[in-house]
Write a protein that binds this ligand. Sequence first.
Ligand code: AMP
Ligand code: MN
Ligand code: MN
Ligand code: MN
Length: 274
Amino acid sequence: MNIDLHTHSYYSDGVLSPKEIIHKAVNADCQFISLTDHDSTEGLVEAEECANKFNLNFIKGVEISAKHGPYSVHIVGLGINVNSKTLIAGLQENNQFRINRAKLISEGLQKVGIENAYKKASSLSKTKYITRTHFAQMLVMEGVCHNMSSVFKKYMTGNKPGAVKGEWAKSEDVINWIHSAGGLAILAHPLRYKMTLTKLKKLTRELKEIGLNGLEIVNSFSSDEDIAIAKQIADTNKLLYSCGSDFHGWPNQTIELGKIPKYDYGKNFVLNYL
Ligand code: AMP
Ligand code: MN
Ligand code: MN
Ligand code: MN
């Protein structure tokens, strides 16, 4: 069974429309798919309608940016009700910061001679959403950097000119929004945060204490060892297992929707609880 519970459309930093995401899922023989745009549920109705036409099981999702102590983390909500007033108001808060941040990123880049970054990055987005991915793609297209990861390293993290501290909503609030919307809260791509394993274990324990339900233990390029580490952290904290490709669809990215390492999740798989 192919199952992908973490994907992005152009309602955040992906390239494809929600319909195109569903077509990809059908072509990839997915039995279950979730669209999880950053801080946005705008694509979910379109995706669900399209999935229904193909008899594909669709799970309404969102990937919410959250602040936990000094860290910015991503918490995926699965099985959410998009009409939840608490969730809608919360996402609006994060998106206000997103727009302000984009302007600050642009000002930072201007100081090192990169002009009109806000306008140029916005023009890569087919919707009102602007993310760091749009800035990174723009700088790759302009030949400033060879790839996205060097943009993040040279321009958008730490003390670099386009780095802005992530003033996202607090992790406990984000988990509460997801629960208010009837969803399950999953810590996304746990091994991708720049922190030691000891810190990751502490982070996960603290998130569990405030209501986290699961951990994404399989992503596109997870090795057997990565999966074992993440599973162990999930087990220690009695968390469910989730999985997803984190597909975005930019031409210079190699992640494919629906293609993640095969794994036998057993009874703690999040799908059993949705
Ligand atoms: P934002 O939500 O605007 O902070 O943008 C974060 C997004 O940027 C992530 O969801 C990834 O899609 C992308 N991203 C972050 N770090 C990297 C990296 N090192 N290389 C490529 N993409 C990245
Ligand atoms: Mn992204
Ligand atoms: Mn993420
Ligand atoms: Mn993602």
